[in-house]
Write a protein that binds this ligand. Structure first.
Ligand code: 3PG
Length: 208
């Protein structure tokens, strides 16, 4: 199992996936991996999500995680389905304790200095900055980064193909998350692969 830091450095973009139909799981994962995006966040927002995780873990080269993990019960279900990392929109004590107890790579969401400080108290220094655009955008993240020099971020929420390069230009940003790579509806694998290839080609300025 890889660390959350290594996972964040493995790709510039983590696609955030909301998938209703388990039949779409494999073609979507295969297209993303073929395009160069190997870390896949399957959000637990649809009844099919756990089955989607199970299917996607069978795709060679895919590192499949669960997103929208809200509590220890979600975390247990996601791990049972084969999730290799856990993403949450926020940072709570019960979820953080459960993630630590399971030693699973864990990316909790933070939006404020107090959130980051609670994470640091738990020994964490890798966070999802969420909701990135609504919580103040690049200006807010730069302000947090100036205060918390050791912290690295994966901004997510409102980021687009067009704005992603600006976010990735911030040294404390290791990757970004976004749903733009796989648009809702009936996805065409060739379109997904093309979007993944463009996203995988984005350059990172992150250091340290
Ligand atoms: C998430 O779950 O991280 C966000 O819903 C993704 O945000 P986006 O849809 O604006 O990319």
């Amino acid at each position: 199992m890889t660390s959350i830091d290594a996972l964040m450095r493995s790709v510039p973009v983590i696609p955030v996936l909301v998938i209703d139909d388990v039949a779409q799981a494999r073609p979507i994962a295969e297209a993303l991996v073929k395009g160069g995006l190997t870390a896949l966040e399957v959000t637990l927002r649809t009844p099919a999500a756990l089955d989607v995780i199970r299917e996607m873990t069978r795709v060679e080269g895919a590192v499949v995680g669960a997103g929208t993990v809200l509590n220890p019960r979600d975390l247990d279900s996601a791990l049972a389905a084969g999730a290799e990392f856990i993403v949450s929109p926020g940072l709570t004590e019960p979820l953080t304790d459960a993630a630590k107890a399971n030693r699973v790579p864990y990316l909790p969401g933070v939006a404020t200095a107090a959130d980051i400080m609670r994470g640091l108290d738990h020994g964490l220094d890798r966070f999802k900055f969420f909701p990135a655009e609504a919580a103040g955008g690049i200006k807010a993240l730069r302000a947090h980064a100036a205060v918390f020099g050791q912290v690295r971020f994966c901004p997510t929420g409102g980021i687009t193909e067009l704005s992603a390069p600006d976010w990735l230009g911030i040294p404390s940003v290791l990757c970004v998350g976004g749903s733009w790579v796989v648009k809702p509806g009936t996805p065409d694998p060739a379109t997904i692969e093309q979007a993944a290839r463009a996203a995988a080609g984005l350059r990172k300025a992150a250091q340290g």
